[in-house]
Design a protein. Structure first.
Length: 164
């Protein structure tokens, strides 16, 4: 079975726990489910078909420790029950944690999966086959204006850049 290695470099990101509310904290690194979802999106696999790839093997490593920063935002919340409420009385601060300069290595092997995610990911790097993929959403749930995402695949010939 073939194993491929990906390098993901993201200048700014966040990985929200599901219990995060007013204070939007972040996990210190991407959870495996997030990385799996990123690979499915990269390969153009619809979320409803994710169970086809349930036997894959995934290894994740961070390159160094991530820098963390906190952003202050002021939000105005208008209660749904009282639409005539003064929006200025509903002001309050919100804080959001962000991670800076994520450098992530991902090794992917199909394992005992019935379908080959490795081949689909490799297809996303092939300029001739890339147009056949239908992508869904962002790769790491980051707004496209906030980052420049660079993914490289290590191959025998060297680095292949996804964005070229």
């Amino acid at each position: 079975m073939e194993t491929i290695c990906l390098f993901v470099d993201v200048p700014i990101c966040a990985f929200r726990p599901n219990w995060s509310r007013e204070y939007q904290d972040t996990f210190p690194f991407p959870p495996p489910a997030t990385v799996f979802g990123m690979l499915l999106s990269l390969a153009g696999v619809d979320w409803m078909e994710k169970s086809n790839y349930s036997g894959i093997k995934l290894a994740i490593a961070l390159e160094g420790e991530l820098e963390k920063t906190r952003v202050f935002r002021k939000l105005r919340r208008v209660p749904q029950a009282n639409r005539n409420a003064d929006p200025l009385t509903s002001r309050r601060p919100d804080y959001q944690d962000l991670l800076l300069w994520l450098k992530l290595w991902v090794w992917l092997n199909d394992g005992n999966s019935g379908y080959s995610l490795v081949e689909k990911v490799k297809q996303s790097f092939d300029k001739k086959q890339r147009h056949t993929l239908k992508r869904y959403g962002g790769l790491l749930r980051i707004h496209r204006n906030l980052y420049e995402l660079i993914i490289r695949m290590i191959a025998d010939a060297g680095f292949l850049n996804l964005l070229t």
